[in-house]
Design a protein around this ligand. Sequence first.
Ligand SMILES: [Zn+2]
Length: 255
Amino acid sequence: MLNFKTISYAAVAIFCLLLIGEGFLYVSLWWYVLLFLSWFWIVMIGSFSMSWGLFLKAFTSNSKMEDRKVAITFDDGPNPNYTPKVIQLLKDFDAKATFFCIGKHVEEHPNLLEEIVANGHSVGNHSYSHSTLIGFKSTEAWLVELKDTDQVIFKVIGTKPNLFRPPYGVTTPHLAKALKVTGHVVIGWNIRPFDKALKNPEMILNMILKSIKPGSVILLHDTHEHIGTVLEQLLQFLKKHKYQMVTINELMNDH
Ligand SMILES: [Zn+2]
């Protein structure tokens, strides 16, 4: 697994080698530019790829899983237009899931969170604001996002979530520092069908089905009009192929 410190130390080491090399032969300035750009791009791409583990360790799937178990996850809710339908479908197929809720949405619809928990699903923290520029927040600002959401969830269900999923899957050194304080387990995914952006349920479903295997973590959103169609067909497929749909905690702890 890549690590931010290792990459940065390696970049500094190569920089020093180039400086030493200058004593013996001509080193073009472009080598320094290339070195900086390589470091920059690795860090940029790594901040969007939780499976790289550049800034923090995240659970993205259970690759050791042999039983046919998968975790379906829903981000950005609860949403009064779509979450009830999702809960009903999960119930119909005897499936358990994990909902990564936005703090301000929980505040607006506490009854939906109660319903999620009453149906045996897990709940995770997905920040309080989910603002577009959340990736640029300081450690202190991240701590407010994390703690406010924990508090809002605690008020409704009486426990604080132990799981956190970063909005947009973006991780930074500031977020990593904040998470060291709060102790949340960071959850990513290994199947992302872009269900919010794609308008074609069949396309979304195909993206999931071509990658699914025991131990998979599927990222969906209970915030758009196609979720009912996609989820129903996905659950039918999983049932037909004898998969069990479990919470993230069960998938993580099952070897
Ligand atoms: Zn989100």
